[in-house]
Design a protein around this ligand. Structure first.
Ligand code: BG6
Ligand code: MG
Length: 226
């Protein structure tokens, strides 16, 4: 189902922070890249880091569709399921060895400060592996609600993942700010009627209300400017 929320003009003030996981809190892109490259190579074609950039925020199934199209390879739905499982097994092998040292700069301080200042905190990720990543990196305890790829049916840029987060936290969409590194995620936040802070390059994340290079560049005071 496609969701779109019309933003209202009633500035209710930000009460909740919704965080994407991969590329915002932790750098897992390299593990996704290695696993997809191994899969592509096993099918007889290559997969570049540049192509990997285009898969940010995109679900596992859709990522596989795009990779097969780049390699000009056709597979049945049953074969695709097998290939996605194979890639995920390789990926899970790698993320099982993650440690808190792989949390991106500024993440722990920022999560600590928004909680201290009374903001509610939720995860809004496309990943079905968020549980293991949050556990291995010791971030799980920061979250009041966790919404990931296991709970949603529509992928970003559909706002479902963030609307579910707002609902679980009991706040209105216009009281939420989303932190995202993917263009599809910024679009999802805006379609959900939320504020969006881009983590990355401002020339890429053009739809965001504010863009910073990482959470280490933000304090919870900055949320008052939204
Ligand atoms: C997103 C990543 O967070 O999760 C994508 O940016 C990934 O690259 C997607 O494909 C799904 O992740 P997983 O762990 O369920 O395969
Ligand atoms: Mg991301």
């Amino acid at each position: 189902m496609q969701h779109t929320v019309n933003p209202t003009n009633t500035a209710a003030g930000i009460k909740a922070c919704l965080f994407d996981l991969d590329g915002v809190l932790v750098d897992t892109a390299v593990y996704h890249y290695k696993a997809w490259k191994r899969l592509a190579n096993s099918l007889g074609f290559d997969f570049t880091e540049e192509q990997n950039e285009h898969l940010k925020g995109i679900s596992r199934a859709e990522s596989l569709n795009r990779i097969l199209a780049w390699g000009n390879v056709k597979k049945s739905e049953a074969e695709k399921l097998e290939l996605a499982t194979l890639k995920n097994n390789w990926y899970v092998d790698m993320i099982s060895h993650m440690t808190p040292a792989e949390v991106l700069a500024g993440t722990v301080d920022f999560l600590t400060s928004v909680r201290k200042d009374g903001y509610l905190v939720a995860l809004g990720s496309a990943s079905k592996n968020s549980g293991i990543i949050l556990e291995k990196t010791n971030l799980a305890h920061f979250f009041d609600a966790i919404v990931d790829g296991n709970l949603v049916s529509a992928s970003k840029p559909d706002p479902e993942v963030f609307l579910k987060g707002a609902e679980l936290l009991g706040v209105a969409p216009n009281q939420c700010v989303v932190f995202e590194d993917a263009v599809a995620g910024i679009e999802a936040a805006k379609r959900g009627g939320m504020k969006a802070i881009g983590i990355g390059n401002k020339n890429v994340l053009t739809g965001a209300d504010m863009v910073v290079s990482g959470l280490d560049k933000l304090t919870s005071q900055d949320l008052k400017r939204l």
